[in-house]
Design a protein around this ligand. Structure first.
Ligand SMILES: Cc1cc2nc3c(=O)[nH]c(=O)nc-3n(C[C@H](O)[C@H](O)[C@H](O)COP(=O)(O)O)c2cc1C
Length: 333
């Protein structure tokens, strides 16, 4: 590798006054990226930017956020994502979170009906004036950098990623994460990394490409196509929280590390379950983890039967014994 290339790869990404050593960030996922999951990612990657689940500014006002703002010291650098559309309320929520957060991120990408019907999430891409006012109010309220996460538009006939990105930048945002799909696509089709590249060309603030980055190879391809500063990874982390580190490693060295073995995935499933039970209590932790167990065992032989059994278990000992038995069976074959 040439020295120049190596230097470029080692460059920090500057988001306002925050320097990120890693070019890989977590994409926020409601019901997934809680403090336990984020700490699991931290075991692999010491420097990536972690991101909370979206936090409703309304819920925060009425103190109904149910521990969603919990975090551990090791989670820094961490971005807190806010969801809402009322500028004053969002600014107040940002102020409340500022003490814990290294970044405040604004959700302008969520496609879910109950969110967009309130003009929250991706609906804000159809309301650029309101989106701009939100950013300005939040920027004025806090001293930490403010970022925006958006899509490439509402639908195929109203793609406005480039104009919207310029408005986001002109309103004072310090970085932008772009999921390369429209709202109408939800999660169907393929993320358009070329469209993300159009955003990168149009603005000077750092741009992170997002959508369908499920391997180090895809991360490198997305960076090549889009020319983005970094990437944000969501679903690829389900059942594989170490993916983020493997992507960092590929970006920094060009080397592709192998995915985890079945044995390693099952060990992580047990560790994840243990930590959620510690955090939430046995009954809530086991229930909460059912979807995670399904992700950890995805693709292995008899996964459907294992999933059927696991979702019916309430005791963590039962879950742990069951996962251990699968591990032993896999090892003996
Ligand atoms: C279960 C789930 C929950 C999500 N929750 C949020 C959220 O709270 N805020 C947000 O901006 N995006 C949310 N997203 C979208 C992701 O951050 C990401 O943009 C999307 O999944 C595409 O990236 P990926 O292909 O790497 O998963 C969610 C996605 C999933 C699958």
């Amino acid at each position: 590798m040439t020295e120049l290339k190596q230097e470029k790869q080692n460059e920090n990404i500057k988001i306002g006054n925050l320097k990120l050593k890693s070019k890989v960030i977590v994409a926020p996922m409601a019901g997934v990226t809680d403090t336990v999951f984020r700490q699991l990612i931290r075991l692999f990657s010491k420097e990536c930017l972690l991101v909370t689940e979206m936090i409703s500014s309304e819920a925060l006002k009425y103190n109904k956020t149910n521990h969603i703002t919990d975090m551990a010291e090791c989670e820094h650098p961490i971005s807190f994502q806010l969801c809402g559309h009322k500028p004053d309320l969002m600014a107040e929520a940002a102020r409340q979170l500022e003490e814990k957060a290294d970044i405040i991120d604004i959700n302008m990408g969520c496609p879910v009906s109950k969110i967009v019907k309130n003009t929250d999430g991706s609906k804000l891409m159809t309301e650029p004036k309101l989106a701009s006012e939100l950013i300005k109010k939040i920027k004025a309220a806090v001293n930490v950098p403010v970022t925006v996460k958006c899509r490439i538009g509402w639908d195929m006939n109203s793609k406005n990623h480039v104009e919207f990105a310029k408005i986001v930048q002109d309103s004072g945002a310090d970085a932008l994460v772009v999921h390369g799909r429209t709202r109408s696509q939800l999660y169907s089709g393929k993320a358009d990394w070329h469209a993300i590249g159009e955003v990168k060309q149009a603005v000077d603030i750092p741009v992170f490409g997002n959508g369908d980055i499920t391997s180090p190879e895809f991360a490198l391809e997305c960076l090549k196509i889009s020319g983005c500063d970094g990437v944000a990874i969501g679903r690829g982390l389900l059942g594989d929280p170490g993916l983020l580190h493997r992507v960092e490693h590929a970006i920094n060295t060009g080397e592709i590390l192998p995915p985890p073995t079945i044995h390693e995935r099952l060990e992580l499933a047990i560790l994840h379950g243990e930590k959620e039970v510690e955090y939430r209590s046995e009954i809530h932790g086991v229930k909460y983890c059912r979807k995670f167990f399904a992700w950890y065992i995805k693709g292995i032989r008899d996964a459907a039967k294992y999933r059927y059994d696991l979702v019916r278990m309430d005791s963590f000992k039962e879950v742990k014994d069951y996962l251990t038995a699968i591990k032993e069976r896999e090892l003996s074959d």
